[in-house]
Ligand binder design. Structure first.
Ligand code: 5GP
Length: 179
């Protein structure tokens, strides 16, 4: 544990178990379907890389990067695409893989954007969900853990680009948050 960590909220073992369960559910639900997994950079990369190795049906991978403005503090919540998909999703069964759903603005934008491209279906898989923070009604189809309204890092999630490599989900000490 690094000295900046106040508390480990979700351990490596809990994560491994949950990712296996999600992979099994997704494999069963997408059997016989043309699955396209869309990972949202950068926060989802660690979750995504574990998750896809727990999925036993054939799949393709692509990535998007988005940035959101006003998330949580205003209702305007503009989301901008920083990096778009490299392939067409027309006729594909798309599974968006995101690190965390907080206000819901990012996930709602991604759903609307990808639905407009003619896929066979679009579902969402988030690693974490903070339901008490929601301002937009959106429910992930698959979710790892519901957490309280804490700012968390690790397992892909950052604070100022730090801590993404931590193998667990943690809350930082207040002084670490000054970095
Ligand atoms: P939303 O649009 O749902 O409000 O926000 C989703 C995005 O906010 C996530 O993709 C993530 O980048 C960021 N976010 C929300 N809560 C947290 C958190 O507790 N920790 C970190 N590191 N990022 C968060």
């Amino acid at each position: 544990m690094t000295s900046d960590v106040k508390e480990v909220l979700i351990s490596e073992q809990q994560i491994a178990q949950k990712v296996r369960e999600l992979g099994e559910r997704i494999s069963a639900d997408y059997a016989g379907k043309d699955l396209m997994v869309v990972g949202i950079l950068k926060g989802a990369i660690i979750f995504l890389s574990d998750l896809v190795r727990s999925i036993s049906v054939p799949l393709k991978l692509d990535f998007m990067a988005v940035s959101s403005y006003g998330s949580g503090t205003t209702s305007s919540g503009a989301v901008r695409i920083l990096k778009d998909l490299e392939t067409s999703i027309e006729g594909k069964h798309v599974l968006i893989v995101e690190d965390i759903v907080d206000t819901g603005l990012t996930l709602r934008y991604l759903l609307e954007n990808l639905r407009s491209r003619g896929p066979a279906s679009v579902k969402t898989c988030t690693f974490l969900d903070k339901p008490t923070r929601r301002t937009i009604e959106v429910h992930p189809d698959y979710n790892g853990f519901e957490i309280p309204d804490y700012f968390v890092v690790g397992y892909g999630l950052d604070f100022n680009e730090h801590y993404r490599h931590l193998p667990y989900i943690a809350v930082l000490k207040p002084d670490a948050s000054q970095k």
